[in-house]
Write a protein that binds this ligand. Structure first.
Ligand code: CNA
Length: 258
């Protein structure tokens, strides 16, 4: 880890790219890790726009305990370490594929959600907007999904189903966030790739932009990734990464952290 820390210290532009792995330390399961959601049958249908338009109950059944429980989770060590790097003036921004809003909860201010989040929902028929809190309230009234008939789908006044602003398979990425992510990747002399299998494109292609411009990429992920052979450092343990960052960049004396 010392090599990674020295690279961050010496860099002018550092960017972090995070995936579901940084949040497994908070208790949120990832997709492709050993306990991941994709071990369940039909899991790939949950976040697929064609399936949503055919039958939104597939999403609401599958996401009930994932997306709508997110308000209960608190940031973990990697979220805290990245906030520390930002405070130390050593992080230009965080590109996240996560939809859990935990970087913002940790206090990081430059977060680019390239797969969106559920903070807002929109009606698929008329475009009306609803907040995460409004959808959670509707779901509470509707009750837990039980059996094949018991799936409640939150609907707008017009009758259309609400869909979260999470990017589903088959949808385009949020343009503004992705453009900013590309910009950060191009200008980074160090990119930290944290807790992602780097399998979902186009986001998974971002570290290659850094490499193409001569920047160094460090990967911290339990499983192999497609860019392992090209990186300046490869580590498996995200807790070790967080500890190393927190030790190397101590909080200013007297400052309280969440
Ligand atoms: P992924 O494909 O599930 O990969 C996660 C990676 O993290 C795996 O390769 C794991 O080996 C690794 N990992 C998990 N825990 C640890 C750990 N403690 N230490 C080291 N490595 C670990 O997830 P990606 O983010 O690559 O895939 C992109 C999808 C997943 C995005 O569209 C996300 O929206 C989606 N997702 C997000 C969340 C969330 O917001 N927390 C949760 C699950 C899935």
């Amino acid at each position: 880890m010392q090599k990674l820390i020295e690279a961050v210290r010496g860099a002018r532009h550092v960017v972090a790219m995070t995936g579901a792995g940084v949040s497994t330390l908070c208790g949120i399961p990832d997709f492709r890790g050993p306990q991941g959601l994709y071990k369940q049958p039909d899991a790939e249908r949950i976040f697929d726009i064609d399936w949503f338009d055919r039958d939104p109950s597939i999403y609401y059944r599958g996401a009930f305990d994932i997306v709508y429980a997110l308000a209960d989770y608190t940031p973990g060590p990697v979220h805290v370490a990245l906030k520390r790097l930002e405070d130390a003036g050593k992080l230009d921004g965080i590109i996240t594929q996560n939809i859990d809003m935990l970087h913002q909860k940790a206090g990081s201010s430059h977060v680019y959600e390239v797969h969106g989040s559920g903070i807002l929902h929109h009606c698929r028929r008329c475009g009306a907007e609803a907040t995460f809190g409004e959808i959670v309230a509707m779901l509470k009234k509707g009750g837990r999904p039980e059996g094949s008939a018991g799936v409640f789908v939150p609907r707008c006044k017009c009758g259309g189903p609400y869909k979260p602003d999470i990017t589903f398979f088959g949808e385009a990425l949020p343009e503004e966030a992705f453009l900013k992510a590309q910009e950060l990747s191009i200008s980074a002399d160090v990119m930290l790739v944290l807790g992602t299998s780097l399998t979902v494109f186009p986001a998974a292609g971002l570290p290659r932009l850094t490499l193409q411009r001569g920047g160094n990429v460090f990967v911290v992920n339990a499983q192999p990734t497609p860019i392992d052979d090209f990186c300046a450092g490869r580590y498996e343990d995200l807790s070790e990464f967080a500890d190393a960052v927190l030790a190397a960049f101590p909080a200013p004396a007297g400052e309280k952290e969440s």
